[in-house]
Ligand binder design. Structure first.
Ligand code: JFZ
Length: 436
């Protein structure tokens, strides 16, 4: 069939084995930090503010002039990420607004020319590397500042009533070929000036009328360029290269509910999630997720074989705000005790079914099964049907205290775990089952 032929279309010549090797650290890591930081931190009302409120380059200029992150200290960011249990980080080197946090030969619209007066990406990379985290760059394919980037359905200058003649008038003199060159030049800069880069997160494609896709970005050539410059790099799936078997390394389900993650089981994926809804710092947003919801996102991701990329939007001063710090600290307390159920883990073999109120993760190498207690059983008992003959030892993960198991009640390999009546003082305690 044609779809079978299409799936064979390839850009490079990497084998499945080589790819598995390249992706290994990323699949084991499971938990990363996304950082959305740019001029939009000043208006502090969504990173899309320029488009949402149809702000011109002139109208947006005040944020460039006022950008002065006196408290920017990426070492503190890196320590927070590390303490929360995150293994990698992805920073917006440029978002849709077009402002670059890095020094670039190809634009004046960069941090170096603000009151910050320096390459902020350089300091960021040094700080996170020093903490042992892998380095990822987000780079926006979209650019609402560049004069050659054509006005489309998401652009701040888009005509109010989608009037075709207005689109034509606005795009007279704009030349996407020039923008493609700029895009390629800047991708070249970020992949050559900062040493080994582990992840490239390009964002995003929206093919169709007044949209943009692979031809607008020259995606095939861009991906070839990326792989040549950084052979080990891991690239997301937003280049509009679904027709190619090797057009992306992972899927990026964004802001989806925990219920929706089950359908990604068996694929290679990372869900990106915010604390409060917006990616950039949004002062007045009061829809912050609870600690339990955040843990649920992390555990549910691993229980379905995926990663969680949890976002922080630093303030215009250059700091994580208190709500973000508190949430990260609380994740760190849980991870300190329970990270063995996260790192190197994936979904459990089919024969093990989670009981109501629990989620399972599995470490194949260590032969461990992890039961996450979202709801604590009132009678202190958990019955695991079909596990009985496989389990050789059970303990809580946070203190390695033994959990007694009762097998004689079982005739069909079911196992009764006896838990303390009093729930341990832990949000979502984890039971570790050692398998034969
Ligand atoms: C994009 C950005 O527009 C947003 O500001 C943020 O950076 C986020 C991580 O990525 O938002 C998207 C991109 C793609 C989809 C949805 C939101 N999508 O394909 O559903």
């Amino acid at each position: 069939s044609t779809s079978a032929v299409q799936a064979q279309k390839k850009i490079g010549n990497e084998t499945d084995e080589q790819k598995a090797k390249r992706m290994e650290w990323w699949k084991d890591a499971r938990f990363g930090m996304f950082i959305h930081w740019g001029l939009y931190a000043l208006p502090a009302r969504h990173e899309w503010v320029k488009s949402n409120e149809h702000i011109t380059n002139e109208g947006y200029q005040k944020y460039f002039d006022q950008f002065n992150p006196t408290q920017f200290n990426p070492k503190l960011w890196a320590k927070k990420a590390k303490a929360a249990g995150m293994k990698y980080v992805v920073l917006t080197t440029k978002h849709h607004e077009g402002f670059t946090l890095f020094d670039s030969k190809f634009t004046d619209y960069k941090a170096t020319n603000t009151l910050a007066k320096r390459d902020l990406v350089k300091e960021f990379v040094d700080a996170f590397r020093a903490e042992g985290l892998k380095i990822g760059f987000y780079y926006s394919l979209i650019d609402w500042h560049h004069p050659d980037f054509t006005v489309d359905a998401y652009h701040p200058l888009k005509p109010a009533n989608n009037d075709e003649n207005q689109y034509l008038a606005l795009n007279k003199g704009r030349n996407m070929a020039n923008y493609r060159k700029y895009l390629s030049n800047q991708v070249n800069e970020i992949l050559t000036k900062y040493g080994k880069i582990d992840i490239l997160w390009l964002d995003f494609s929206y093919p169709g009328k007044h949209g943009k896709g692979k031809d607008d970005w020259a995606s095939v050539d861009l991906l070839k360029q990326i792989r040549k410059l950084q052979p080990g790099i891991i690239v997301d799936n937003r280049l509009d290269l679904d027709d190619y078997a090797d057009g992306a390394d992972f899927e990026t389900p964004e802001q989806v509910s925990t219920d929706a993650l089950a359908k990604f089981k068996g694929k290679t994926w990372e869900t990106c999630q915010t604390f409060s809804g917006s990616w950039g710092y949004y002062r007045d947003e009061n829809t912050w997720k609870t600690n339990k919801q955040l843990l649920n996102l992390l555990i549910t991701s691993v229980a379905n074989g995926g990663n969680l990329l949890l976002n922080v939007g630093p303030t215009a001063k250059g700091e994580f705000d208190n709500r973000a710090n508190t949430a990260l600290d609380s994740l760190g307390i849980w991870m300190h005790a329970n990270s063995s159920s996260i790192y190197g883990c994936t979904f459990a073999p089919d024969k093990y079914k989670p009981t109501p109120g629990t989620q399972l993760t599995y470490n194949k190498t260590g032969k461990k099964l992890y039961v996450h207690l979202f709801e604590y059983p009132k009678d202190g008992k958990i019955v695991l049907d079909g596990y009985g003959d496989d389990v050789i030892y059970a303990q809580f993960l946070h203190d390695n205290s033994e959990l007694l198991v009762d097998k004689d009640k079982s005739t069909s390999g079911s196992l009764v775990l006896k838990l303390p009546i009093q729930k341990p003082n832990f949000q979502i305690p984890v039971i570790e089952l050692s398998l034969k």
